[in-house]
Structures are given as structure tokens and as C-alpha cells.
Design a protein around this ligand. Structure first.
Ligand code: FE2
Length: 271
């Protein structure tokens, strides 16, 4: 399995930036020293006492944060036998995920994002016909290989109206897509980016939520546009899905709604 996208230091940093809490303020409000804050955040020290004190100030779940610091949790590996493939490609030294979903009967397929390099997806799609490319958001790592994927497939490309990508068709939240027995619902899960969309895919053996950078296994995308809305959208539009729904994030491993409700420090205990 690919590693978790974020470590405890990343999570603390995202919460601090999102809530606008400087180091000195956090140390003071939590009643810890600056040194112990640096040790857990910047050096990965699994210091339970410090984590327990800073978690509530950052509105994070202490137990979930400590489990991650101690390496005690990662999501169970997910296998989907037919109609689904995940691709992890390298983008300037980091990795990004893209996904392919198809109707096993008709062989018609939908690509979700392109990743840095669409070659593995195009290779896997031999014998399938990619009819649509659906973009979760417009960040460069997710759409990096769009010209080539479009050229190779001749597929229609759709992007959220609130986050247009040049040369694509726009759609608003609530638009449904259908392809054979695959049905896709759209929910705006913005906050990380202005118009990020979660695609809820039904018709395969497992229901999927293809979330872009809205939520990761054990973390979430940075709330660059609005941290509050990123949190709220994840709680209301993703974590209300059935527990067994598979979350397919833009970075890091797949997970499920049930696992994130229990183990994600941003959301555990909040839903
Ligand atoms: Fe992003």
C-alpha cells in the first residue's frame, strides 16, 4: 500500500494554518513548551502528553492523532475486483492519484483526473473505451496530462463550473453522469480549492467517493481557500455517506467513510 499522505507534523501544520494559530499562541493555549511543540510537529516525536494538550486547541481528536504518531493506524487495504483501477504517478517528487472506472459489460470507462502521467491509465484501458474525463479540481498535479489523455481518448472532459479548466465543459453541483450501469452524483466539496468536487460512483461492487484533495486517509487537503468550509463540506457531504463507501483521494491510499469517522484526527468524534 502507498504510504499515508500526511504525517502528524503535516496535520498539525494544516490545522494551525487553517485556524490561524501561531506557534507561540498554540504553545501558550495548550500549556506546552515551544520545544515540545517543535518536537512533535517537526521531528515526529510521539509525545503523548504534548499531543493530548495541543489536540483540543487545534480541534483535532487526540486519540486519533496519537495513534498516527505511534504508527498504530493505517486504513485496511481495499480491493475492488472489477470495473476499477487506481494509478499513482510521480509529480515533481510527490505522488498523485488518478482513477479509472468502467462498466464491465459495455467496457465504457470514465477517467477521474489524469495524474502526472496518463500512460499507465491508457495502457490499462486497452480493451476499454474512455468516454469521459471528470476532473476533481484544477490543481496542476491533477490535470497535468490532460492534453495527452484527451488526445489519446477523444473523451469529453468536464470540470466544476466554480473551478474552470481551459477547454473543458463546466457543470454545477448536483449534475449526474451516467455510463452504462455506472451512475455518478456530484457534490461540491470546496475549501481546499474554489470548486473542488466529490464524485459519488454507484454501480460497481463498492460505492466510491472520488474526492480529489477534499479528504485523505488520516488527513485532508490544506484548506487553502476556506478551512472552515473544507471541514464542513467533508463532514456534511462525504462523511455522511454509508460507512462502507470507499474514499478515493487524490493523494495517499484509499480508505473508507467508516475508517475516517473513527481515525481521521480532523473528524473523529465529530460525526
Ligand atoms: Fe489540490
Amino acid at each position: 500500500m502507498i504510504p499515508l499522505e500526511d504525517n502528524v507534523g503535516d496535520i498539525i501544520g494544516k490545522a494551525q494554518r487553517g485556524l490561524g494559530i501561531a506557534d507561540s499562541d498554540l504553545a501558550k493555549r495548550a500549556g506546552v513548551t515551544r520545544e515540545s511543540l517543535m518536537a512533535v510537529r517537526d521531528n515526529g516525536q510521539a509525545d503523548r502528553e504534548t499531543l493530548e494538550k495541543i489536540a483540543p486547541v487545534l480541534q483535532l481528536d487526540a486519540a486519533a492523532l496519537i495513534d498516527l504518531a505511534e504508527g498504530k493506524w493505517k486504513p485496511n487495504q481495499i480491493k475492488i475486483n472489477d470495473g476499477f483501477a487506481m494509478f499513482t504517478t510521480d509529480y515533481n517528487g510527490m505522488t498523485v492519484n488518478s482513477f479509472l472506472v468502467w462498466d464491465p459489460d459495455t467496457k465504457d470507462a470514465i477517467a477521474f483526473d489524469t495524474g502526472a502521467d496518463c500512460a499507465p491509465m491508457v495502457h490499462r484501458a486497452k480493451g476499454l473505451k474512455i468516454k469521459m474525463i471528470l476532473l476533481t479540481h484544477g490543481h496542476p498535479d491533477h490535470v497535468a496530462d490532460l492534453p495527452r489523455l484527451r488526445e489519446e481518448t477523444g473523451a469529453h472532459v468536464f470540470a466544476p463550473a466554480r473551478e474552470p479548466v481551459s477547454g473543458t465543459e463546466s457543470f454545477d453541483e448536483g449534475k449526474d453522469f451516467h455510463l452504462g450501469k455506472i451512475k455518478i452524483e456530484t457534490r461540491q466539496t470546496w475549501g481546499h480549492s474554489p470548486g473542488g468536487v466529490t464524485y459519488i460512483v454507484n454501480g460497481l461492487a463498492r460505492s466510491l467517493a472520488i474526492v480529489g484533495d477534499s479528504i485523505f486517509a488520516g488527513s485532508m487537503g490544506g484548506g487553502n481557500v476556506s478551512y472552515d468550509d473544507a471541514i464542513k463540506n467533508n463532514l456534511q457531504k462525504i462523511l455522511t455517506l454509508p460507512n462502507e463507501t470507499v474514499i478515493c483521494p487524490g493523494h495517499g491510499p484509499m480508505t473508507t467513510v467508516g475508517e475516517e469517522k473513527q481515525h481521521n484526527p480532523f473528524f473523529a468524534g465529530r460525526i
